[in-house]
Design a protein. Sequence first.
Length: 201
Amino acid sequence: MDIILLERIEKLGTIGDVVTVKDGYARNFLLPQKKALRANDANRKVFEANRARLEKENAERRTGAEAEGKKVDGAEIVLIRSSSNAGQLYGSVSVRDIVSGLKEQGFDIDKRMVILGQPIKSIGMHEVTVALHPEVHVTVKANVARSDDEAELQRQGVDVLKQMFDDDQAAAEEQADATRIDTSLEPGEIPAELFERDDAE
């Protein structure tokens, strides 16, 4: 279906462009959301008559979004979640969680503005894009951790999962050293530390 765009749409075009899209995309999303008009002679005339007003309104919305974007850009939300020892969440962080975290900080963000390719399923610092306007995108940080202390470490740039893995490795090596068998003994010879233990008793 051929349509006339009433606003800039990512990967499609800008205001006034006539583009061809799948019928379902036009009927189910673009037309009901008033982001486009069917491209016929009557609608072309209506669009051209209103073009200046549409472009002016779009410029005003963009200016407002840019001002809001300066406040929101770089905001960090902390989300405390349970996870496995490998850092995989029991469940996931969704768009609703991001919106709720931003609202707690006083930002009026609609869930349709949050662009999350897929739900967040591991602890760590994650970047999330927020589209305040078709031409204004900002980035916020989702700090997903198991505790406030862990969130603070991640804020400082510490890779909590790597640190946890390194600590486990060190503990395993210590355990291995403690249980290592002394291969320098002759068969039947008793290790000296066993005698020391008997004397101490």
